[in-house]
Design a protein around this ligand. Structure first.
Ligand code: FAD
Length: 313
């Protein structure tokens, strides 16, 4: 069992896409700082399937043990259906069961964020994308007769061609997908920021797995430590400098609220002491819409099999 100190310079919560990089970069920036990286999940159960991009949809269905099992509220615009909200609970986070499509994000989104959060405009973040792309490989999906037929249909429908949705000003239009995949022994393999940056290879990183952070501890309004549960035991660890909360889009606000940062009316329902009355915390989640279109093809045509994650489901 990993030996845990009573205090670290930094505590990073969640070893997903964000936490894995942050812990690695902090460790590399100064070998004298100590970092505790806390992850609720563990190592993936079937690495061969999980790291084979074309299995992604099977992985999503087959391994509930690496998923938090979140569900939406009944959705009035979807005939009140309850939608499964996949969020991974595993080293590597949701990058282990995502579709590995490489999307930098919309320039206009970054520019809107930059207006309220200086340093987050497109031109501010672009050098970081360019830097990470030197470490992680970006593969452009192939085009062939089948894909070209789909493109022709999109064009006929009136959609513009988008030569590269990651560099064009707008993401609108039809384009080949780009993927975060590498080729190993001539097979495509999933990349995650955990496997690429491997935080625990740094001597100053302590990784604790199967440990669920229950709250951030405060002295007044200053965060001073983290409480987590591992097995039947509860632990608390102090922090000297900063806590980085990178537990994903759903768990991050949840941990904030469990720690007393949220709408006081909501926190009051669960007898949680209010540290900061932040009415927006845990609200306004926007998820992207993924809609697939089914169509029949002429009998004399076959659909090619691709090795990418969006190939068979
Ligand atoms: C099904 C699916 C398909 C997707 N497809 C794509 C795609 O093709 N392209 C793309 O760009 N994006 C895709 N995404 C989104 C992308 O994977 C996420 O945006 C990204 O992984 C988010 O990174 P993160 O670090 O914020 O969270 P995550 O990677 O989810 O990491 C959060 C980590 O925190 C841990 N954690 C949570 N709560 C606690 C706790 N209390 N204590 C300790 N640890 C905790 C979790 O176990 C997890 O490992 C997809 C997501 C899903 C779910």
């Amino acid at each position: 069992m990993t030996e845990i100190n009573s205090m670290y310079d930094y505590i990073v919560i969640g070893a997903g896409s964000a936490g894995s990089i942050v812990a690695s970069k902090l460790a590399a920036s100064d070998s004298n700082v100590s970092i505790l990286l806390i992850e609720a999940g563990g190592t993936p159960p079937n690495p061969i399937e999980m790291f084979t991009p074309s299995y992604w949809f099977e992985v999503l269905q087959k391994y509930p043990e690496i998923d938090w099992g979140y569900k939406s509220q009944p959705q009035p615009n979807l005939n009140n259906r309850v939608i499964k909200l996949a969020q991974a609970k595993v080293l590597g986070g949701s990058a282990l069961h995502n579709a590995t499509v490489y999307v930098r994000g919309g320039q206009s989104d970054f520019n809107a964020w930059g207006e309220v959060a200086p340093g987050w405009s497109w031109n501010d973040v672009l050098p970081y994308f360019e830097s990470v792309e030197k470490t992680m490989e970006v593969l452009v999906g192939q085009t062939d007769d089948f894909i070209n037929d789909l493109f022709a249909a999109a064009k006929e429908y009136g959609l513009p061609e988008n030569p590269n949705y990651n560099t064009s000003e707008s993401q609108y239009g039809y384009a080949s997908f780009q993927f975060n995949n590498i080729t190993l022994d001539s097979l495509l393999c999933r990349e995650t920021s955990y496997t690429t940056f491997l935080p625990e290879r740094y001597k100053n990183v302590t990784l604790v797995t199967r440990a669920i952070v229950t709250r951030i501890l405060f002295k007044g309004t200053q965060a001073v430590g983290v409480e987590y549960v591992q097995g039947k035991n509860k632990y608390s660890v102090d922090v000297e400098n900063e806590i980085v909360l990178s537990a994903g889009a759903i768990a991050t606000p949840k941990i904030l609220m469990l720690s007393g940062i949220g709408d006081e009316a909501e926190l009051g329902k669960f007898d949680i002491d209010v540290v900061v009355n932040g009415k927006e915390v845990g609200k306004n989640l926007h998820d992207d819409l993924f809609v697939s279109a089914g169509f029949s093809i002429p009998e004399n045509k076959t659909v090619p099999i691709y090795p990418y994650s969006l190939e068979r489901w």
